[in-house]
Design a binder for this molecule. Structure first.
Ligand code: GLU
Length: 311
């Protein structure tokens, strides 16, 4: 079995919120921020913020500032300085060098057309005959072993997966030179000593990849808790692509109480009239993970507006 988590119990909890700055914070990303914040504070832990700004083509230069201003307006104060992944290229490059020497990554020049002709999966020649001296631009892929395994999510319980069948050899550095999310997220979670990851269920199926990277690096894996996604009335995950509206920071108290409801917490009605700090303090004092346990359905955005959400 892949490690459940490898941190000794006495280690101080270190959690984080790691947005990709593709747009301003919306109701869905606030729920992820609040959940990771409350879980960290309720455990007497630290809570960090990291900007996963790896893809300049999808990100807007203002979005990171907007997100940070929005977190502040909601009283979500982070510990330590904000880390920007765009400034971490040297660390990622070092990791790639180690992986190259360990023989776990290989260069791949395949075009989208070639991959599509093979049901979107990687055909495998580059893995079997890696050409490190290609003059073409190459992506770097991680050679995923063929294996069935399981791991344990703190909220959703045992998760079974079959590595190669479900997951193709994934890219760790793109042809354009951008570092991939999987590489950067694990590299930084290790470097920042993150013990506990609370994040949306859209990332649940990617977790085996991350566990594989921890294993490759012989590092203890964090505890993972995947929380329900927030969807719009059409059942789509709130995202910039689905035009999720930016949070109105002037209504921070309403937004926070709503986020608590979406997490199955039961904030009293009078909390709507409180300031963000008091709302978060109530959230920490009353943090209850039980409504989230085993909850694998999405929550509809408007569900919490007029009362409690029964998850
Ligand atoms: N940056 C990722 C996102 O915004 C989240 C990363 C994570 O929490 O592991 O979807």
């Amino acid at each position: 079995m892949a490690p459940d988590h490898g941190f000794p119990g006495h280690m101080t909890y270190r959690g984080r919120f790691a947005p990709s700055p593709t747009g301003p914070l919306h109701a869905g990303s606030l729920v992820a921020a609040v959940a990771s914040y409350l879980d960290a504070r309720a455990h007497g832990g630290r809570w960090l913020v990291r900007m996963e700004d790896l893809d300049p083509l999808r990100e807007s230069p203002q979005a990171a500032d907007q997100i940070l201003a929005s977190l502040e307006a909601h009283g979500l104060e982070w510990d330590e300085s904000v880390r920007f992944q765009s400034q971490r290229s040297a660390a990622y490059e070092e990791l790639l060098t180690q992986w190259r020497h360990a023989g776990v990554i290989y260069p791949c020049a395949c075009s989208r057309k070639q991959l599509n002709a093979n049901q979107g999966r990687h055909p495998g020649q580059c893995r079997d005959f890696p050409d490190w001296h290609s003059s073409e631009p190459v992506a770097l892929r991680f050679a995923v072993p063929d294996r069935t395994d399981h791991w344990n999510d703190q909220l959703l319980g045992p998760q079974h997966y079959q590595l190669q069948a479900e997951i193709d050899d994934f890219i760790v550095r793109r042809k354009e030179g951008f570092y991939a999310y999987h590489l950067a997220v694990v590299c930084d979670d290790i470097d920042q000593g993150i013990t506990d990851i609370v994040r949306g269920q859209d990332l649940l199926e990617l977790t085996p990849l991350h566990l594989l990277l921890y294993e490759t690096m012989k590092e203890p894996a964090p505890r993972y808790s995947h929380i329900p996604l927030v969807c719009n009335n059409q059942g789509q995950k709130l995202s910039k692509q689905n035009r999720a509206p930016a949070l109105d920071d002037s209504r921070a108290s309403d937004n926070l109480v709503h986020a608590l409801s979406m997490l199955g917490q039961k904030p009293p009605a009078e909390l709507y009239r409180s300031l963000p700090d008091a709302i978060l303090q109530w959230g920490v004092d009353n943090w209850d993970r039980s409504p989230l346990v085993g909850h694998s359905n999405a929550v509809t955005e408007n569900a919490g507006r007029n009362g409690h959400v029964h998850l």
